[in-house]
Design a protein around this ligand. Sequence first.
Ligand code: N01
Length: 544
Amino acid sequence: SAQTSTIEATVAPATVLDAVVIGAGFAGLYQLHMLRDKLGLKVQVLEAGDGVGGTWYWNRYPGARCDSESYYYSFSFSDELQQEWSWSERYPEHHEIRRYLNFVADKFDLRRNIRFETRVNRAWYDEDANLWHAETEGGERYSARFLITAVGCLSSANIPKFPGLESFKGDWYHTGRWPHEPVDFTGKRVGLIGTGSTGIQATPVIAEQAAHLTVFQRTANYSIPARNAPMSREEVQKIKAEYAAIRDLAKRSPNGHPFLVNQVSALAVSPEERLAQYEAAWETGGLRFRASFMDLLTSKEANDTAAEFIRAKIRSIVKDPEVAERLTPKDHPFATKRPPVDSYYFETFNRDNVTLVDIKAAPIVEITPDGIRTADAEYALDIIVFATGFDAMTGPLLAFDIEGRDGVPLKDVWAAGPRSYLGLQVAEFPNMFTITGPGSPSVLTNMPVAIEQHVEWITDCIRHMREQGIATIEAEPAAAEEWVAHVNDAANATLLPMANSSWYLGANVPGKPRVFMPYAGGMANYAKRCAEVAARGYEGFVLR
Ligand code: N01
């Protein structure tokens, strides 16, 4: 109408970019570098935080460190980078990962194309102009041919809606929105809700400082000792000398880790050999434990042997048999929920200032001005820590409005669960790519490996389009449906769907559709499939 055109005429015309990238974590940084420095495109990254880091910008809770080992939880695309940077510990702490990502941003001069403190409210596809528009909370608009989401899989905080939270007189925090200044627990009575990877990392550290820590546990969890330690100069040098082989192995493995799964069944060896294998893996520590035998994630009987080994460890570590019993997981097979890795988690329950409360037996009823009330008791608290996880995978993409062709909201398209082709593109959302989106291996892998593969695939695809004069790429609905079915089959070929409280299934968020979201068919298989799709002229996509 005349009126709208008057309004539009008074707004400064937005610069048309080649790509808008949302998020400046591992994914957004690398995507910017590739599109700008390899293809020479005009790119704008929009980032809600006031610095780079993504998940590591927000997750600063006590004990936050990566469960993957530092030397391979890092970028592989630049040998110069991996030779220049030296990790100080076997598992990097959140500060160190932020320093690393800041180093990357400086080294590749990335900051000049990132707008910080800029949250995207809405993004929509304009078919006539074949452009994506992204509008920020501050009302600015960015328009580009491509929209690339680099919003992470675990960035939308899940804060359970317990009645009474607003009446609580103390302080409360969600681990994924931790203040930048350390929280002082000295002399405080602290309540921590949640015993996933985060709660298990934070518990020992908070217990050291607090007057008293009460851990509210809904589901007991298997956890493997991390065995964190400083890296010696010799280790660092050895790794740097072997980087080519390490990266190559990570790309060939099912989980993007530079170690292989033992190709022996847990049921094919004697009980003594099996025990020796588990003992050795327990001593080594970390996620390698899961690779002890080939069938831990496919045979319940094989899995039971690992689960029973860990249960026995819990009973041997925790002195009070009743507490040990409460800490012992019984309702899901080992590693069907993402296995936590810990530093003295179970040992912490031997401390006099730590209490474990079973909120499956007596659920939290409400939060009162003075603490937490469960079905059978009241706990007086000064601080509550929500280690209650995330609205995973779909949450970050549905946290703002994304509209595809004809203004169709992604929320509607995904009302019954995510549907996308290769986890990369949603039908009816032309020229939008989702880095590590639902339907891709993402969270079942060492994330930087999954991120690099997606970024490189997207970059090659855009290069191809430019060379061939192609204006749009869009997933065929049938290809997306087939992929969704394949993602389901891949999950069902494993024990993973047996954990009915897992965030992989969306089960941690009330009302969320129960769909197994990540692709469980293995990183290496997945990357091969993506490469084949591209080699066949982007099979399953419509290019115009
Ligand atoms: O979240 P989670 P997280 N009432 O969802 C409980 C990655 N990560 O932040 O199991 C009471 O795993 C919930 O109970 P239940 C990693 O991939 C990586 O710990 O649903 N309790 C559970 O115990 C990880 O898997 C690192 O019954 C409630 C806990 O809160 C992912 O992030 C470090 C509740 C949430 O566990 C998420 O981990 C940390 C309620 N209403 C995390 N709602 C690295 O080191 C939830 N809970 C790389």
